[in-house]
Design a protein around this ligand. Structure first.
Ligand code: S3P
Length: 172
């Protein structure tokens, strides 16, 4: 069955936003980033929401945003890495789109995120910390219909691989 959206899930630093924007453009689809939607909704940066109100409040704002974005059509939805921790979020997203997990080696993720201050959960994280957090989430990412390793190829090649995988599955 053809679903109208492409939902990108996966750990922080796996390239969901960059790859999502690019594939949306190539497939003539809209693009949405749930973190950006949360920032608009709350009127604060993600790191400030965590700092001022904590993760629990962030997760409830995230679920509100997921409910809203899951009503979209013809959209690539790039999800924050922790979206899959909620069964409610997963159910809504599964109904609305093809689920694609982007993943990468912990070392690759470490290199990508080490100088970025916008991810409170990875502040000061080592490669081992990243590995441990990914392991604790592995089963949640298993809801994906397709998995793509973004550490193996450059962005253009990864987008090509993803496009092919989506087309094989949906005839897009
Ligand atoms: C989070 C991932 C972040 C953001 C928040 C929490 C997570 O998004 O939603 O910092 O729990 O994995 P990215 O995956 O886009 O970095």
């Amino acid at each position: 069955m053809k679903k109208s959206n492409i939902v990108l899930i996966g750990f922080m630093g796996t390239g969901k936003s960059v790859i999502g924007r690019k594939i949306a453009k190539e497939l003539n689809m809209d693009f949405l980033d749930t973190d950006h939607e949360i920032e608009e909704l709350v009127g604060m940066k993600i790191r400030d929401i965590f700092r001022c109100y904590g993760e629990k409040r962030f997760r409830s704002e995230e679920t509100l945003v997921i409910k809203r974005v899951s009503l979209c059509e013809n959209t690539v939805i790039s999800c924050g890495g922790g979206v899959v921790l909620s069964a409610e979020n997963v159910a809504a997203l599964r109904r609305c789109g093809l689920m694609v997990e982007l993943y990468a080696d912990a070392q690759v993720i470490f290199e990508r995120v080490k100088n970025n201050r916008n991810r409170p959960l990875l502040k000061g994280a080592s490669v081992e910390d990243i590995e441990a957090r990914y392991e604790s989430r592995r089963k949640f990412y298993e809801v994906a219909d397709i998995r793509i390793d973004t550490g193996l190829q450059n962005i253009e090649e990864t987008v090509k691989t993803l496009k092919q995988a989506v087309s094989d599955l949906e005839g897009r």
